[in-house]
Design a protein around this ligand. Structure first.
Ligand code: SF4
Ligand code: F3S
Ligand code: FES
Length: 248
């Protein structure tokens, strides 16, 4: 069944923009990216959108849908009332290039600051061994598709450009935790995470976990354990509070 869908889409560039209203044909079962492609094909040929896989795996199509950070290819129209106006805006934390496309290079700069995996020397027989439990713990962290929705939603940088130089954000706390928990990694990342990556600025609001399309428990399984590891050396009251209030 097809119907008229009301869309409000942010159009503009780094110098400014506005929300434009459109009515687009929509089919039952479609996702937001489908109707944006139809909008491009029929009414707004110059609409800029970044996407690639249309399967929730490349992390390219991140935007804000009715103010909530989401993947456009994984957001079904059935999540909304048919007569509802759906508003689509670019991720707010990163500079706009054009329309729904933002410049996410902040994240690549932060990625470069994380020292690479530095494996220990192999055992005498030339093999490296680790417990199955350690292998499995890291699997969750490696599900990250780098959509940066967690980075977008985190209030520490969302409306605070001034915090960006000192704060790596949840995606990279995940990376620090993955490497710090790896039994064969020889780097000690705790001080680095706390001092250089700004782990102490996270006050465990859990918004990052709520928007992660891969369902990674960023706060419970990466951030809080990292804070606990750091707290051996430096007192952080948020660890205590997080354990009391949020941990399940
Ligand atoms: Fe996206 Fe989740 Fe990775 Fe953050 S942790 S970048 S929300 S997949
Ligand atoms: Fe930000 Fe997640 Fe911490 S949203 S404040 S990194 S729990
Ligand atoms: Fe790849 Fe949406 S297009 S995640």
């Amino acid at each position: 069944m097809s119907y008229d869908l009301k869309l409000r889409v942010w159009r503009g560039d780094s110098s400014g923009g506005e929300l434009d209203d459109y009515v687009v044909d929509a089919e039952e079962g479609e996702v937001i990216l489908d109707v944006l492609h139809r909008l491009q094909a029929t009414q707004a040929g110059d609409l800029a959108i970044r996407w690639n896989c249309k399967a929730g795996k490349c992390g390219s199509c991140s935007a804000e849908i009715n103010g909530r950070p989401r993947l456009m290819c994984m957001t079904r129209l059935s999540d909304f009332e048919p007569d509802e106006t759906i508003t689509i805006t670019p991720m707010r934390t990163f500079p706009v290039i054009r329309d729904l496309v933002t410049d996410v290079s902040f994240n690549y700069e932060k990625a470069r600051e994380v020292p690479a995996f530095a494996p220990a020397e192999p055992d005498a027989d030339g093999k490296r061994r680790m417990m199955q439990e350690d292998v499995e713990r890291g699997q969750e962290f490696r599900k990250c598709i780098e959509c940066f929705l967690c980075q977008d939603v985190c209030h520490v940088v969302r409306d605070h450009e001034e915090n960006k130089p000192a704060y790596a954000g949840p995606r990279f706390f995940l990376r620090y935790a993955e490497l710090d928990m790896h039994p064969l990694d020889t780097n000690d990342r705790r001080n680095l995470a706390q001092e250089a990556a700004g782990l102490g600025m996270c006050n465990i609001t859990k918004c990052c976990t709520e928007v992660c399309p891969e369902g990674i428990k960023i706060t419970d399984n990466a951030i809080i354990p990292m804070k606990e590891r750091v707290v051996d050396r430096k007192y952080d009251p948020v660890v205590w509070l997080g354990n009391k209030i949020f941990r399940r």
